[in-house]
Write a protein that binds this ligand. Structure first.
Ligand SMILES: Cc1cc2nc3c(=O)[nH]c(=O)nc-3n(C[C@H](O)[C@H](O)[C@H](O)COP(=O)(O)OP(=O)(O)OC[C@H]3O[C@@H](n4cnc5c(N)ncnc54)[C@H](O)[C@@H]3O)c2cc1C
Length: 455
C-alpha cells in the first residue's frame, strides 16, 4: 500500500470537484482529485444539459472555457406542454440560460482544474476515509486495482448523489446531516437523440408531465437537431419504467420520426433540501453529495459550482489558520444557505406538495392561467406570487379555486420556511435549536398539505 500527501483531497471530478480543485490549486495548495472513471470517460455524466446562470459561475474556471461547451445559447423560455388540457404554456426564464454538450463541459472543467495546478488521478475508486479522533484525515482508494492512501489536511466529498464517502466516515460527533434516504431522491434517465429535421422549439426548454408517478419529461435542444430527451420521477412514488415511457412519448411526437439515439445514460439526483450541515472536522461535502440541487427543476450544476467555491475558500482559511474543527468550517454552511440553500429548501415545499395533490387538477389550473402571470408568480419576491389576479384570470380559473387556495397556503408556508433559513445560525452551538424549530415548521407544512413527511 502506498501513501501520498496533499493539502486537500477531493473525491470526484464532476462540477463540484473540478470547481473546488480549481479554486484550491489557484491559491497555491497541493490538490488531488480522485476520479473513479478513466480519462476518456471522466466528465460523461447523466444530465439534461441545461445550464442556468453560467455567467455568474465562480471565476476559478474562466468563463470563456465554459463557453466552448455551450451548443445552444438561444434558449430563453420554458415550454410547458399540458396534454390533458391540450395547452402549451410559454414562460420566459430570467437570467442566462443555455444548453451544453455535457461531456465537453465535463472535460472543460476538468481542464480548468488542471490548468489551475490540481492533479487528477483517474481510475481511482474512493472506498474509505482515514479518520483520527473524529477528524477526517484523508481517503483510501484503489488506483488501477492497487490500494493507495491519500492523506490530507482537508477532504472534500464531491462524489455525487451516490457518494460512498459519507457512508464510510463516522460523522456522529458533528452536526453533519445524515438524515438522507433514497425516497428524497429522483431517478432520472436521458437519451441524446438526433432528429432528421430541425425542431421548431429550439429556443425553449420543453417540459411535459408524465401520466403518473409525479414525474416529468423534458426535451432540451442542444441544437435544433440534437435533443436531450429525458424524464425523472420522485422515488416516493411507484417506480416507472423510464425507457418505455420515454420511448412511448418519442413515438407520439412527429418531430422524432426517423430519429437516431446517439447516447443513453441514467442516474439518481437529490431532489431534496440541502443538507442542514455539510461539514465535520476536516471534511466538507459539496454538490449532489450535499443535496445542492434545485428540488423542483433537478438543476444541480450551478449549486455544485457555487458550493464548491465556498468550500474551497473556507478550506483555504482553515489551512492558513491550522484549524479544521466543525466551528472553523461552519461558514461554508452559512454561505450555502444564504446564497441558494434557503431558497431550495423553500422550493422543496412545492415538491412535497406535488406528491400530495391531484396532478391533473393542478395541470388544469396551470392551463387556465396566462403564461406571463405564471412567470410573475414564479420569479417575483417570496410572498408576492401574483395572486392578485385580474378579473379575467379569475373567471378563467373558475372551478379551480380550491387548488388556488391550496397553492396560496403552500406559498405562505414556503415563505415562512425561507424566513427561517434566513436565520440559519452562525455558530454550531445554536444549530440544534434552529433545526428543532425548522422541524416543527415542517410538521405544520406536512399537516397543512396532507403530505407524508419527507424527512
Ligand atoms: C438525468 C439527469 C438530468 C439532469 N439534468 C440537469 C440539468 O439539465 N441541469 C443541471 O444543472 N443539472 C442537471 N442534473 C443534475 C446535475 O447533473 C448534478 O446536480 C451535477 O452533476 C452535480 O455535480 P457533482 O459534481 O455534485 O456530482 P457529479 O457530476 O455526479 O460528479 C461526481 C463525480 O464523482 C465520481 N465518483 C463517484 N463516486 C466515486 C468514488 N467512489 N470514487 C471516485 N470518484 C467517484 C463520479 O464518477 C463523478 O465524476 C441532472 C441529473 C440527472 C441524473
Amino acid at each position: 500500500m502506498s501513501t501520498r500527501s496533499y493539502d486537500v483531497v477531493v473525491a470526484g471530478a464532476g462540477t463540484g470537484g473540478s470547481f473546488a480543485a480549481a479554486r484550491l490549486a489557484g491559491a497555491g495548495l497541493d490538490v488531488a482529485i480522485l476520479e473513479r472513471k478513466n480519462e476518456q470517460q471522466a466528465g460523461h455524466i447523466a444530465c439534461g444539459d441545461a445550464l442556468k446562470g453560467a455567467d455568474a459561475f465562480p471565476d476559478s474556471i474562466p468563463r470563456d472555457r465554459l463557453e466552448t461547451a455551450i451548443t445552444n445559447p438561444g434558449v430563453d423560455h420554458g415550454r410547458f406542454e399540458i396534454p390533458q388540457e391540450d395547452t402549451v404554456l410559454e414562460i420566459p426564464v430570467p437570467g442566462e440560460l443555455a444548453v451544453v454538450d455535457r461531456w465537453k463541459y465535463g472535460k472543460v472543467i476538468i481542464d480548468g482544474a488542471l490548468d489551475a495546478g490540481a492533479e487528477i488521478h483517474y481510475d481511482t475508486l474512493v472506498q474509505d476515509v482515514v479518520q483520527d479522533n473524529g477528524r477526517v484525515r484523508g481517503l483510501r482508494a484503489t488506483t488501477d486495482g492497487e490500494p493507495v492512501t491519500y492523506e490530507a489536511e482537508m477532504v472534500i466529498d464531491a462524489a455525487g448523489s451516490l457518494s460512498i464517502v459519507q457512508e464510510s466516515a463516522d460523522l456522529e460527533h458533528s452536526h453533519f446531516d445524515t438524515n438522507v434516504t433514497f425516497q428524497q431522491f429522483c431517478s432520472a434517465y436521458r437519451e441524446i437523440v438526433e432528429v432528421p429535421e430541425p425542431v421548431p422549439w429550439d429556443d425553449a426548454l420543453v417540459f411535459k408531465p408524465t401520466a403518473r408517478a409525479a414525474g416529468y419529461l423534458w426535451y432540451f435542444p442542444r441544437t435544433d437537431r440534437i435533443i436531450n430527451a429525458g424524464l425523472g420521477f420522485q422515488m416516493t412514488e411507484e417506480p416507472m419504467t423510464m425507457v418505455d415511457t420515454l420511448r412511448d412519448d418519442l413515438n407520439q411526437r412527429a418531430e422524432f420520426k426517423g430519429a437516431k439515439v446517439i447516447n443513453k445514460l441514467g442516474a439518481a439526483l437529490p431532489t431534496r433540501r440541502p443538507y442542514d450541515s455539510a461539514v465535520a472536522p476536516g471534511f466538507m461535502a459539496v454538490g449532489d453529495a450535499a443535496g445542492h440541487v434545485n428540488p423542483t427543476t433537478g438543476g444541480g450544476m450551478a449549486g455544485a459550482a457555487y458550493a464548491a467555491d465556498y468550500a474551497a475558500q473556507v478550506a483555504i482559511d482553515a489551512i492558513e489558520q491550522d484549524d479544521f474543527s466543525e466551528a472553523a468550517l461552519w461558514e461554508y454552511n452559512e454561505r450555502v444557505m444564504d446564497h441558494f440553500g434557503g431558497r431550495y429548501a423553500a422550493l422543496d415545499v412545492y415538491n412535497i406538495m406535488s406528491t400530495a395533490v391531484d396532478v391533473d387538477e393542478l395541470m388544469s389550473l396551470l392551463a387556465s392561467l396566462p403564461g406571463e402571470k405564471l412567470a410573475d408568480a414564479l420569479y417575483s419576491g417570496s410572498t408576492n406570487i401574483g395572486w392578485g389576479l385580474k378579473l379575467k384570470t379569475a373567471i378563467r380559473t373558475l372551478g379551480h379555486w380550491g387548488t388556488i387556495y391550496g397553492l396560496m397556503r403552500t406559498k405562505k408556508l414556503a415563505d415562512r420556511l425561507l424566513e427561517h433559513y434566513e436565520r440559519y445560525p452562525s455558530d454550531p452551538a445554536a444549530f440544534t435549536a434552529w433545526q428543532q424549530d425548522r422541524d416543527e415548521l415542517m410538521d405544520e407544512i406536512y399537516q397543512a398539505i396532507g403530505a407524508t413527511p419527507k424527512y
